[in-house]
Design a protein around this ligand. Structure first.
Ligand SMILES: [Zn+2]
Length: 444
């Protein structure tokens, strides 16, 4: 895995231009005697030329042109967000297009509260489509809670039963809300916002393993496609390929939700080559009992240079698409509702500019030309394992710095009455943002 820590990829050209225009401001701050962390927020995607042109015209032309730009930007606000929610050894994917939501699976029973609160944080009230891919607990465990908490327009589940308490709970919730269950039919297509999705499996046949009844769907928005495979195993994959020999392109996707938590019993070479994704997302718990993801699966993906993202290593994984550009953020606390600050930060926008362990002061400097809200950001003394959380609503003004003092020292903000820094050993200082991303490290 290349990325063990939360990362951020800039979403659009305006941010790119922001970096270009603010570069001169940053030069002063890059003179600090510390290198920025490897994990620093990075720009990964080059903006497309059409957008650059539009931005430029906006700045040099009159009002008439600006109106056009505004219109275009409005069209792009219908952003697609696809959340692979980190619920440990379980699956749950939230798709948001415009104001419409769709949920595929709902984690384990124990994830119910976390899942419901995550959905609420994303502004979910009404779920247009709820899909229970198959009746295993790690897919339907939290769905009774979801059904109880939100309005559900359409529930899709394969036509099989499972003799477990979890499955019964789901049926009870369905009954209580008077919901109708729709059986998936291959080829059926539905709209979600400005995109649409199609059912690719299961085919109407008998399988020994419940996993192979998984509802497999493909969601397309603009030039991007996501393929969600539940826990479908090779047998189901081969059936899908066999039934579509004439048009295997229906499986092509930019992002593949890897089948069955990365088990080697899924993701056959044939299927993987038909999908040919750029990104593979594995929804998996750390140190799970099944040894998922299996090495063979990882190897198959790596051999094809497919970028792998895993919920056990990356936390939540959220993709964004405006129909043309595909980007993502990850993090244990990655949450689009909290990403506004980091969204606008160019590289080295904020640094630790000084640490005086004897004086018990650490200086954080805002090198950018915008005020930054540091609510819930925090500093760590790595060796001493002490944490300072910036007060809620704390704003660090553009091009200014703040001294955080501990012990008897005086500063703008006070950490604690105790001495924090270890003077006999190395004690680096680290600055984290409100999503838990490491922003800057002062090596000591
Ligand atoms: Zn599963």
């Amino acid at each position: 895995m290349k990325k063990l820590n939360p990362t951020f990829k800039f979403k659009n050209i305006s941010l790119y231009l922001f970096i270009v225009f603010t570069a001169f401001v940053l030069i002063g701050c890059t003179g600090a005697n510390q290198k920025s962390s490897e994990e620093f927020i990075g720009v990964s995607e080059k903006p497309d030329s059409v957008n650059i042109f539009n931005q430029k015209t906006a700045s040099v032309l009159g009002e008439e042109k600006e109106e056009e730009i505004v219109e275009e930007n409005q069209a792009l606000t219908q952003e697609l967000r696809v959340h692979f929610i980190d619920l440990g050894q379980a699956d749950s994917v939230l798709i948001q297009q415009g104001n419409e939501f769709m949920l595929i699976d709902g984690g384990n029973n124990e994830d119910s509260e976390l899942l419901v609160s995550y959905l609420k944080e994303q502004g979910v009230n009404h779920i247009k489509y709820l899909i229970a891919t198959h009746p295993h607990e790690d897919h339907i465990g939290g769905l009774d809670a979801v059904i109880n908490a939100f309005n559900i327009e359409k529930l899709i589940m394969p036509n099989i039963t499972h003799n477990t308490r979890t499955f019964e709970d789901l049926l009870l919730a369905v009954q209580k809300k008077n919901l109708k269950i729709t059986a998936p039919k291959v080829g059926d297509s539905y709209e979600l916002g400005e995109g649409n999705w199609t059912i690719l499996a299961p085919y109407p046949k008998e399988y020994e393993d419940l996993n192979n009844y998984s509802v497999v769907i493909s969601y397309a928005y603009g030039s991007h496609t996501f393929l969600f495979t539940g826990d479908a195993e090779k047998e189901a994959e081969f059936d899908m390929l066999k039934e579509n020999v004439a048009n295997p392109e229906i499986f092509k996707a930019d992002v593949l939700k890897v089948g069955h938590h990365g088990s080697s019993s899924s993701t056959s070479l044939e299927f993987l080559d038909a999908v040919s994704p750029s990104f593979a997302v594995i929804s998996v718990g750390a140190q799970n009992d099944y040894n998922h993801p299996h090495e063979e699966t990882i190897k198959r993906l790596q051999e094809r240079n497919i970028e792998i993202l895993r919920t056990d290593l990356n936390g939540n994984i959220i993709f964004f698409s405006d129909g043309k550009e595909l980007t993502y953020i990850t993090g244990k606390k990655a949450d689009v509702t909290k990403k506004t600050t980091i969204d606008k930060l160019p590289e080295r926008a904020i640094i630790i500019s000084h640490l005086d362990k004897k004086e018990e002061t650490v200086t954080v400097q805002n090198c950018s030309n915008q005020d930054l809200d540091l609510s819930d950001w925090y500093l760590l003394s790595v060796t001493g394992n002490q944490k300072f959380i910036f007060p809620d609503g704390y704003i660090l003004k553009a091009a200014s710095s703040v001294v955080i003092a501990s012990g008897d020292s005086k500063g703008d903000l006070h950490w604690t009455a105790k001495n924090v820094w270890n003077n006999s050993k190395s004690d680096p200082a680290e600055l984290y943002d409100n999503m838990g991303n490491l922003i800057y490290r002062w090596n000591d």
